[in-house]
Design a binder for this molecule. Structure first.
Ligand code: UD1
Ligand code: CA
Length: 477
């Protein structure tokens, strides 16, 4: 989606460490809906039609650069080696914009909820003025720069909180830090900045007074909900909650049944087709794709996986880097580890763990099994408590169960091993050598019944218990 305000350049400031996060990770790499925070304003700028985006990096530059989505070359980075303030940071982006005339949008990398529509409104509002900026009213302005207006209501500047007088601190209109400027004006205004302020920094916010002085600072009021800055981890959690709700709402509007919009956690890249059902407490992460009519029940966690149409995850199942086939069924309480692939209508019931194993169509493992490093053919039935013994302490080995074979409960398949098509493994068998097709494998001690023994045995045990009790009673005073 691109808009009609295209052709502008955007600068995203992301060089700070973010000390208030108290983190070894650079602030802008903390994630919101599975994406580094900085990717959100970059994506908003691109969606609003930015022809190019310059991201200013400093603290942890290599690490941030590696995580950035470069959007096919439209995103580039600039270095601010020393963090001397937001104005200084924009100065560091100027060499990348050399020769560029027109609108430069400036935003901060710690404002993840910003929508493209806000940028479109902002760019549209600038017109021929030197600058336009978003502003917000809020009952809790703490931490933000305050908007200063004159008697006529015109914006005359921004005062950082640390530089505010008591009266200024009481102002409830704040600077969310999103600006559209004319490139020529920006170069001039940045050159004139000084660090004569409480933090000894070059404040970008001072360009607003410079624009006002020439009659050109246009304010665009916008809701704070989508503009709140993330400076600490409480604000990070708040922003993530807003984003979660936004993503859930988008899917619901597109035809997904989301039972409770506030109690699902769906990453940005996840795709869900219409008529899928997502129950409360579900977490869908990474590049997960959910097919039409699939049902993800309460408490499931699905990461980088595909659920084909009509697949059903019963509650509390965990699926990672796996594929659940059409109308296949998992859980409750089952675990598909990386490399699990279930064919059409295949079923794993409760307490089944799979890893690097393929189940053919209509194959079943209904209860309590470990299926690791296996290939299971169509219509195989795996009984309760079956274990693929895939690891000898040094290497992993394959178990192959051919089409239509039957594995009795409590069997162990000591890999490498193959059970032929249609073969039958009797309950409780430890399979250590290949079973030919259509053969019966039995490996257990033959049962013998001793007639009338049960009552004699019980009488003997009862007598022993009685004698022990009498002896103990006699010892007590
Ligand atoms: C800034 C604004 C404040 C506004 C608030 C909105 C200034 C002086 N103040 O304050 O008016 O209300 O954002 O959220 O602009 N950065 C650099 N290099 C630097 C300093 C900062 O790249 O030298 C980056 C940071 O990584 C961050 C962004 O700029 O992504 C904002 O910096 P931060 O220190 O969070 O500014 P605030 O104190 O929040
Ligand atoms: Ca901030």
């Amino acid at each position: 989606m691109t808009s009609n305000v295209g052709g502008f350049a955007a600068v995203v400031l992301a060089a700070g460490q973010g000390t208030r996060m108290k983190s070894a990770l650079p602030k802008v790499l903390h994630e919101i809906a599975g994406r580094p925070m900085v990717d959100w304003p970059v994506a908003a700028a691109l969606e609003a039609g930015a022809a190019r985006v310059v991201v200013v990096l400093g603290y942890g530059k290599a690490q941030v650069e590696a995580a950035l989505e470069l959007a096919g070359g439209r995103v580039e980075t600039a270095l601010q080696a020393e963090q001397r303030g937001t104005g200084h940071a924009v100065r560091c982006a100027l060499p990348s914009l050399e020769g560029f005339e027109g609108t430069v949008v400036i935003l901060y990398g710690d404002v993840p909820l910003l929508e493209a529509s806000a940028l479109e409104a902002l760019v549209g509002a600038r017109g021929a003025a030197a600058l336009s900026l978003l502003t917000c009213r809020t009952s809790s302005p703490t931490g933000y720069g305050r908007i200063l207006r004159d008697g006529t209501g015109a914006v005359v500047g921004i005062r950082e909180e640390k530089d505010c007088s008591d009266a200024e601190r009481a102002i409830d209109e704040i600077n969310p830090g999103v600006y559209a400027t004319d490139a020529a004006f920006l170069r001039e205004a940045l050159a004139a900045l000084t660090d004569d302020n409480a933090q000894g920094e070059l404040y970008l916010t001072d360009i607003v007074a410079a624009a006002a002085a020439r009659g050109g600072a246009r304010a665009v009021p916008w809701a704070l909900e989508s503009l709140s800055g993330v400076n600490d981890r409480a604000q990070l959690a708040d922003a993530a909650a807003v984003m979660r709700r936004r993503i859930a709402t988008r899917h619901a509007r597109a035809g997904v049944t989301i039972r409770d919009l506030a109690r699902v956690d769906i990453d940005a890249e996840v795709t869900i087709e219409a008529d899928a059902v997502i129950e409360p407490g579900v977490v869908l992460r990474g590049a997960t794709a959910i097919g039409a009519g699939a049902h993800v029940d309460v408490g499931c966690v699905v990461t980088d996986s595909v659920l084909e149409p009509g697949a059903y995850l019963e509650p509390y199942s965990v699926v990672t880097e796996s594929r659940v086939g059409p109308a296949a069924h998992v859980g409750p309480f089952s675990h598909l580890r990386p490399g699990s692939v279930m064919g059409p209508r295949a079923k794993v019931g409760n307490f089944v763990e799979m890893k690097k194993t393929t189940l053919g169509e209509d194959a079943k493992a209904n209860h309590l099994s470990y299926l690791g490093d296996g290939t299971v053919g169509p219509r195989v039935n795996i009984g309760a408590g079956t274990i693929f013994c895939n690891y000898d302490g040094f290497r992993k080995h394959q178990t192959v169960l051919e089409e239509g074979c039957f594995i009795g409960s409590d069997s162990q398949l000591v890999a490498p091993v193959r059970v032929g098509a249609g073969a039958y493994v009797a309950t409780g068998t430890t399979v250590t050598k290949d079973v030919p097709p259509d053969a019966l494998a039995v490996g257990r001690i033959r049962q013998s019944n001793k007639e009338g023994y049960a009552s004699r045995l019980k009488a003997r045990f009862a007598a022993l218990a009685k004698a022990e009790k009498e002896k103990k009673d006699a010892q007590e005073p």
